[in-house]
Design a binder for this molecule. Structure first.
Ligand code: GDP
Ligand code: MN
Length: 385
């Protein structure tokens, strides 16, 4: 799970990593109130989960309330690489002497944590890595030993950070590593980590990805997910515990297993249609899960047909069929269903559905035929919003 910058900074702050004081704002009025609180000058920062906000015009300095209002109005609603800005972070502006880069992540091939530090901060680090790989100092960390102050000092030294910044950078790195490990993150990145003219080192930006497998020991993460900018369909799917991703086509998809769900999307594309979503009901999907899946798809205004593609292994086709029948009773489906059911207990499943077959519920023997039918029901090829 990726955090927004402001959430990342709040996370950092818990581990004593220095960040600038600030607050979130969803309107220009709130932005001015937060700026008054943080003290001028301030930075008005678009909260979207994509890098390069500065270059896109999503980060602006403001010297007074009028300027904050002007920037806030311009940035709210702005589209940054397909992400619409709905929230701002307003913080007291920092004076910058130098911009550096620091991160910790997991190096899967080395099976070790990897720390990276560079004196080329504030710019696209991928570009630095490609053009000047030596400008990034790397250090693999033994997870049992942790990051020692000596190792942090070596990183900072090899990265060539300015002398005035070294002590502060070492301190920040040790805290950042604790945040990474104890905070169960997959990535913590500070770009830029700055040196101020008066010799302090702090985090001017924050990118944090949390390891969702560790969510069970972080009840406090529940509130983080509420802030994610999911659309209504995705929010309902999350409430129902479904593995769903909203797309922009017209054929609603339900399949079991991520692989089959992806193949189903491909086949729909192949026969000239477009998927409205990805939805994997998982192995062992029961009637309730199926009914929930249909309910979520039913909230999507763009859906013109529904393609159910189930291959029963652990999943039993009769359970799936029960779910479809249950959903037919629970919600008035907005679109007809084309389905391909096969595998475990397929005969029982088909028998259960026999009474319900109509031009709104059509069973086909193969995935390809069912996909063709679904696309035809959706109004043929080329239907997107
Ligand atoms: P990104 O473009 O999405 O990575 O957003 P950042 O938060 O990293 O900000 C981009 C750039 O804006 C930074 O590299 C800085 O040069 C500038 N910037 C951000 N905050 C401040 C600030 O408090 N003071 C000054 N002077 N510049 C800032
Ligand atoms: Mn940045």
């Amino acid at each position: 799970m990726d955090l927004f910058e402001y959430q990342g900074k709040q996370y950092f702050a818990r581990y004593g990593i220095p960040v600038s004081p600030g607050g979130v704002a969803d309107t220009a009025d709130e932005a001015v109130a937060e700026a008054d609180r943080a003290g001028y000058p301030v930075v008005v920062k678009a909260q979207v989960q994509v890098g390069g906000r500065g270059k896109a015009g999503g980060i602006k300095l403001a010297g007074d309330a009028a300027e904050v209002r002007r920037h806030a109005e311009a940035i709210l609603g702005m589209d940054i690489k397909g992400h619409v800005v709905r929230r701002l972070w307003i913080e007291h502006a920092s004076d910058i002497a130098r911009e550096y880069y620091a991160s910790f992540t997991l190096d899967r091939s080395a099976k070790l944590h990897l720390g990276m530090v560079s004196s080329r901060g504030g710019v696209d680090i991928e570009q630095v890595a490609a053009e000047e790989p030596d400008a990034i100092a790397r250090h693999h960390i033994d997870p049992v030993e942790g990051l020692t102050a000596e190792a942090a000092a070596s990183l900072v030294g090899r990265a060539g950070l300015d002398k005035e910044a070294r002590e502060g950078a070492i301190e920040l790195l040790v805290k950042l590593y604790r945040c990474f490990v104890e905070g169960d993150a997959e990535l913590v990145e500070v770009n830029p980590m700055i040196l101020t003219p008066d010799g302090r080192v702090h985090a001017l930006d924050a990118k944090v990805t949390l390891d969702e497998s560790a969510a069970f020991r972080h009840p406090e993460w529940a509130e983080l997910t509420n802030f994610q900018d999911l659309d209504d369909r995705e929010r309902l799917a999350r409430e129902k515990g479904l593995n769903y991703i909203g797309l922009s086509g017209t054929v609603g998809i339900i399949a079991n297993g991520a692989g089959l769900a992806m193949s189903t999307l491909d086949v729909v594309n192949q026969v000239g249609g477009s998927a409205a979503n990805f939805l994997d009901v998982g192995g062992g999907a029961n009637a309730d899960v199926m009914a929930n899946a249909l309910e979520v798809i039913n909230t999507d205004d763009n859906v013109r047909s529904i393609l159910v593609n189930i291959f029963g292994g652990i999943t039993r086709v009769d359970e799936v069929a029960k779910g479809i029948v249950e959903a037919l009773g629970r919600v008035k489906l907005r679109a007809p269903i084309a389905m391909r059911l096969d595998g475990t207990n397929v005969a029982e499943g088909r028998a259960l559905l026999a009474d319900h077959q109509s031009d709104r519920l059509i069973s086909l023997p193969t995935m390809l035929e069912a996909a063709r039918k679904a696309v035809e029901l959706a109004g043929g090829a080329g239907g997107t919003r």
